[in-house]
Ligand binder design. Structure first.
Ligand code: RP5
Length: 164
């Protein structure tokens, strides 16, 4: 099975990014976590990206805040799918990172999830792998069914409390 790379610009991103790790773990998908910065460690970020396909990765998550160039810088050096997580940090509450991550010029795509959207980034990676992996597809179907059942339970509780 292909691995997922989960890259973050700083260890200060870890509390949010660890939700992507938990999601991948729950789906039984192998992954690696790294701290590489487009600004502070550009050489390491480049080296990882250039070699990622050869090293067995199937998709890359890149989380960064503020002037968030990380996802774009990684995407520039690989044709693996790159999923950007704009992080809520600094004085602008994540709008800076959202625009930096989502507004990629034509030719170098980054699939951008919501601000702090670590769970969806991991699920999107799982869906990419599930195109050719029936086991992951079945796990995603089971998760959807379980999530639906939980919401129906909550609806039942609210209806019982308020609808006489
Ligand atoms: C970005 O700058 C990181 O991804 C982080 O979200 C933000 C702040 O980093 P630290 O100053 O906390 O290391 O590069």
């Amino acid at each position: 099975m292909k691995k997922i790379a989960v890259i973050m610009g700083s260890d200060s991103d870890l509390p949010v990014v660890s939700k992507a790790a938990d999601t991948l773990k729950n789906l039984g998908i192998p992954f690696e976590m790294h701290v590489f910065s487009a600004h502070r460690t550009p050489e390491e970020a480049k080296e990882f990206s250039v070699n990622a396909r050869r090293n067995g990765f199937g998709a890359i998550i890149a989380a960064a805040g503020m002037a968030a160039h990380l996802a774009g810088a990684i995407a520039a050096n690989t044709t693996l799918p790159v999923i950007g997580i704009p992080m809520k940090s600094g004085n602008l509450g994540g709008i800076d990172a959202l625009l930096s991550t989502v507004q990629m010029p034509s030719g170098i795509p980054v699939a951008t999830v919501a601000v702090d959207g670590a769970v969806n980034a991991a699920l999107l990676c799982a869906e990419i792998l599930a195109v050719t992996d029936d086991e992951i597809a079945a796990k995603l179907d089971a998760k959807r069914a379980s999530d639906t059942a939980k919401v129906l339970e909550k609806n039942k509780a609210v209806e019982e409390q308020f609808n006489i």
